[in-house]
Design a protein around this ligand. Structure first.
Ligand SMILES: C/C=C/C(=O)SCCNC(=O)CCNC(=O)[C@H](O)C(C)(C)COP(=O)(O)OP(=O)(O)OC[C@H]1O[C@@H](n2cnc3c(N)ncnc32)[C@H](O)[C@@H]1OP(=O)(O)O
Length: 245
C-alpha cells in the first residue's frame, strides 16, 4: 500500500497520507510523492482543486523524527522544504480535512490551505521549540498575522497541543465537522471550488496571497535557522528521547 495515495474525483485531486503505523509521519519519499502529485495536479486541466487528508484517526504526526537524525543537511531542495515551496507556489486551491494528530508541518501546511475542516478528534501542535528547532512553512510570519503575536508566541514557543474548537476560534480552521461526515463534507466543499470559473478562482486566490514574496523570504530565513538548529546537540537529544520513548 502506498504511503501517499492519490485519487481524482469530480475535478478534485484527493491526496491521502497513509502510514498509520507511524502516525502518518512524513518520510523523505512521502514528501517527494506529495510534491509530484501537486505538480501533476497543477498541470492537469481536469483538476481544479486539491484535498489533503489523512486517516480517520490521524492527519500527520509531522516530519519523521528518525529522518531528522539521519539527514541533517538541509537546503531548499530537501524534500520537506521543496514540498513547502511548491505549496507556496500552488495556483489551484487546497482544502484540508484534519482528523486526529496534526503535528509540526501537519499544522503549518494548513496555513497554506484555503479551506480547512477538522473533527473533534483533531489535535494540533507546533512543537518546533520543544524539539530545539524553529518554525517552518512561514509560520513565524503567518501565524502572528492570523492569531496575533501573543497567541502565536504561546502556540510556537510553548508548543502545547490545542483542539479543533480552539483552532476554529483562532481562525486556523474554518469549521468543526462531525467525524462521520468530515471527509464527505470536505470533498463536497472542494467540488464546489472545482465548479467555480477556474481562472477567476485562481486570480482571486492569488490576489488574496499578495504577501507571497514576503512569505517566501520568511521561509528562506526559517530554513537557514532550521538547518543550524537541526544539527545542534539539544535537537539531537530531543529526537533521540522521542525515538527511545
Ligand atoms: C519540517 C517539519 C518539521 C516537523 O514536522 S516537526 C514535528 C515532528 N513531529 C513530532 O514531534 C511528533 C511526534 N509524535 C508524537 O508526538 C506522537 O506520536 C503523536 C502525538 C502524534 C501520537 O501519539 P500516540 O498516539 O501515543 O502514538 P506513538 O506511540 O507516539 O507513535 C506510534 C508510532 O509512530 C511513531 N511516530 C509517531 N510520530 C512519529 C514521527 N513524527 N516520526 C517518526 N515516528 C513517529 C512512534 O515512534 C511509534 O512507533 P513504534 O510503534 O515503532 O514505537
Amino acid at each position: 500500500m502506498s504511503t501517499i495515495q492519490v485519487k481524482d474525483e469530480q475535478g478534485v485531486r484527493i491526496i491521502t497520507i497513509n502510514r498509520p503505523e507511524k502516525r502518518n509521519a512524513l518520510s523523505l519519499e512521502m514528501y517527494t510523492n506529495l510534491t509530484e502529485y501537486l505538480i501533476q495536479g497543477e498541470s492537469d486541466n481536469a483538476i481544479y482543486c486539491f484535498l489533503i487528508k489523512g486517516q480517520q484517526d490521524c492527519f500527520t504526526s509531522g516530519n519523521d523524527v528518525a529522518d531528522f537524525l539521519k539527514n541533517s543537511n538541509l537546503d531548499s531542495k530537501h524534500p520537506a522544504f521543496n514540498f513547502l515551496f511548491h505549496l507556496l507556489d500552488l495556483k489551484k486551491p487546497i482544502v484540508a480535512a484534519v482528523t486526529g494528530a496534526a503535528v509540526g508541518i501537519g499544522t503549518t501546511l494548513l496555513l497554506h490551505c484555503d479551506l480547512v475542516y477538522a473533527d473533534n478528534t483533531a489535535k494540533f501542535q507546533l512543537p518546533f521549540v520543544n524539539l530545539a528547532l524553529v518554525p517552518e512553512a512561514g509560520a513565524s510570519l503567518l501565524l502572528p498575522q492570523l492569531v496575533g503575536p501573543q497567541k502565536a508566541a504561546e502556540l510556537l514557543l510553548l508548543g502545547e497541543s490545542f483542539d479543533a474548537q480552539t483552532a476554529k476560534t483562532l481562525n486556523i480552521i474554518n469549521d468543526v465537522i462531525p467525524s462521520e461526515t468530515i471527509f464527505d463534507f470536505a470533498l463536497a466543499q472542494a467540488v464546489k471550488l472545482a465548479k467555480q470559473p477556474p481562472l477567476a478562482l485562481q486570480a482571486s486566490r492569488a490576489l488574496m496571497r499578495s504577501n507571497k514574496e514576503l512569505v517566501r523570504q520568511q521561509m528562506k530565513d526559517e530554513l537557514a535557522q532550521f538547518s543550524i538548529r537541526l544539527k545542534s546537540d539539544e535537537a539531537r537529544t530531543r529526537f533521540e528521547a522521542f525515538l527511545k520513548k
